[in-house]
Design a protein around this ligand. Sequence first.
Ligand SMILES: Cc1cc2nc3c(=O)[nH]c(=O)nc-3n(C[C@H](O)[C@H](O)[C@H](O)COP(=O)(O)OP(=O)(O)OC[C@H]3O[C@@H](n4cnc5c(N)ncnc54)[C@H](O)[C@@H]3O)c2cc1C
Length: 401
Amino acid sequence: MSRCLADWAIDHVVLERGEVAHSWRSERWDSLRLLTPNWQSRLPGFGYQGGDPDGYRTLPEVIAFIAGYAKAISAPVRTHTNVTSLRRTEAGYVVRTNDGDWQCRAVVLASGACNIADVPAVAARVPRSVVQLTAQSYRNPRQLAIGGVLVVGASASGTQIAHEIQRSGRPVVLSVGEHIRAPRLYRGKDLEWWMDAAGVLDERYDQVDDIKRARRVPSLQLAGTADRSTLDLNALTALGVTLVGRLAGITEDGKAQFAGSLRNVCALSDLKMARLLDLIDEWARVEGLDGEVPPPERLPPTNVPEAPSLGMNLAAGPIKTIVWATGYRPDYSWLEVPVFDRKGMIVHDGGVVCEPGLYLMGAVFMRRRKSTLIDGAGDDALELSAHLAAYLDGNRARLTA
Ligand SMILES: Cc1cc2nc3c(=O)[nH]c(=O)nc-3n(C[C@H](O)[C@H](O)[C@H](O)COP(=O)(O)OP(=O)(O)OC[C@H]3O[C@@H](n4cnc5c(N)ncnc54)[C@H](O)[C@@H]3O)c2cc1C
């Protein structure tokens, strides 16, 4: 967004509470690699120049990439500047920070979609003897006590963390809720390549049937590993991970209760994967790619245990740690503007917030399916910066852009 505002010659400043790429420096586990290939992190005027376009960036590489971009575009970033409140004034907005106030006519809320680990309320019932971490506070298996680990959530974060912990010698029980299975490679190409080429990631927020539902869909079960292997429940079961259903509750005396729907949840996930692959196959056929890539293939169905456990005594059982990988949510506690719906999410139309001069970036499925990815920021910023420029011009006619 900063780069696009500069293109419009709009005087602006970027306020950052930490260092550039703060969330990658402080809120991710050590071994994390992007699940999007190197070629796919395209920012306006900046792309991957190295010799491994199909590889997946390590955490230090992601930090270097984002910091390098800020430097390359000379983004006017004020680091260690925490925004503590944002209020509307007659002329625009006043932004209060730990380092003084700013007056401005427009504000872009780019504070991230994943600031807080979304932990269910039942966590309060976990016995004190069990250590609780989240996908945000988990760093590596050395941090964990010896003993069993319950990982709750089987989307991208949960499966990657379960994989790493199981391989460290601590037996993992994985509680599986709604998730979407996905092969890493399909017909000889990265799944992200297919979704990018077939236009799946460019699907717009105003073209999907149910945008509210689309914004709640969990991340694909993908991981960026050096061997480009598929990380699904079958891979985890083969390693020795025990699957159980969704965590339905915890009793007062510390017994975890798991839903009996594991088989259905996995069947649904297999079905969603098949739908995505059908769509890709159809696109490949129409584009005349069938002769150039291997034929369509399907993974065997998810192996579901005959009688998955429905309960577990957390107070006196083998589980010593729980890692909540149950999703993330944004933190807008500093936003003192009436822009929230009943669930505390910002009301916006493709990133144009309901209050004039206020814009959003990086929210889930904000303008396109890829809005949540690094790769989505460029197209969104291009369009929203044009809207913002028109707003500053007072040119209402162009505001429909
Ligand atoms: C575990 C995980 C893995 C991911 N993997 C991928 C991947 O493989 N590929 C991909 O493309 N995307 C991935 N993403 C999504 C990725 O986070 C986004 O694509 C990208 O980081 C969004 O950038 P952003 O600038 O919108 O948000 P963030 O990266 O969250 O940046 C927001 C910034 O705002 C700052 N901030 C917040 N509040 C304030 C405040 N009050 N005052 C001042 N500063 C503030 C924060 O410190 C932070 O630096 C992943 C996300 C997670 C959580």
